[in-house]
Ligand binder design. Structure first.
Ligand code: MN
Length: 230
């Protein structure tokens, strides 16, 4: 057997006792025009590009997120999370939604100073994006219950003040296009999550801050920023 307990990251499923085991966390970069403009990076017509966070970076609803090491500019990005429920490679846009298990509210936490350095130096985004506790994610709603979330308000409040507001239909690449495109590079499997990009209004957070992220029709995600643990 195993020489130590292999902990599996998992998310609750609304209305079910069973958990959704997280295999991989894919993220889409730059998927809302207004966010690309505020970042002053990239082109609005670029094809989607992807990066990953480790599965054990998942933080479940209401858990604290420690302020990460190696940054002085820790930022939030509110995102729709797509949960994959079956295996597929090279799936067409027309059929892509068939493999979606459900949807959740998530945040792509970012060490913005490290990400900007990497971008300028042409280096991988790893240090800016794929760190411990960098992927808070709410409970998954099954498609059978809520349908496909192709439009609807997405917003983030920091200490009770709204900082991000957009609509899922403002995505440059929508969920079927993202799933189809990603499946050309990776065989998607049950347990994969895809964070689909953030609208404008990203900003810095510090210990003590309280975040509330909402997407129309889904359970909100909330968490607080705790002191640095390293
Ligand atoms: Mn993001």
């Amino acid at each position: 057997m195993f020489v130590f307990d292999p902990k599996i990251a998992a998310l609750p499923i609304v209305g079910r006792e069973d958990l959704f085991p997280v295999r991989r966390v894919y993220c889409v970069g730059r998927n809302y025009v207004a966010h690309i403009r505020e970042m002053k990076e990239g082109d609005e017509r670029d094809p989607p590009f992807f990066f990953q966070k480790p599965a054990d970076a998942i933080v479940t609803n209401a858990a604290d997120v420690p302020y990460p090491p190696q940054t002085e500019d820790f930022q939030y990005e509110a995102e729709l999370v797509v949960a994959i429920g079956s295996e597929a490679a090279n799936i067409s846009v027309e059929r892509a939604l068939e493999i979606v298990f459900g949807y959740a509210v998530g945040v792509d936490l970012t060490r913005r100073d490290r990400q900007r350095e990497s971008f300028k130096a042409g280096l991988p985004w790893e240090v800016g994006k794929a760190f411990d506790h960098s992927a808070p994610c709410g409970a998954i709603h099954m498609v059978a219950d809520v349908g496909h979330r192709l439009k609807g308000a997405i917003s983030l409040s920091l200490n009770g003040v709204e900082r991000q507001r957009g609509d899922l239909e403002q995505m440059i690449w929508n969920t079927p296009e993202i799933v189809s495109n990603l499946s050309r590079s990776y065989r998607l499997k049950p347990g994969d999550l895809i964070m689909t990009g953030t609208p404008a209004g990203v900003g810095a957070i510090v210990p003590g801050d309280r975040l509330l992220v909402s997407i129309e029709g889904l359970a909100p995600l909330q968490f607080s920023i705790a002191e640095r643990e390293i």
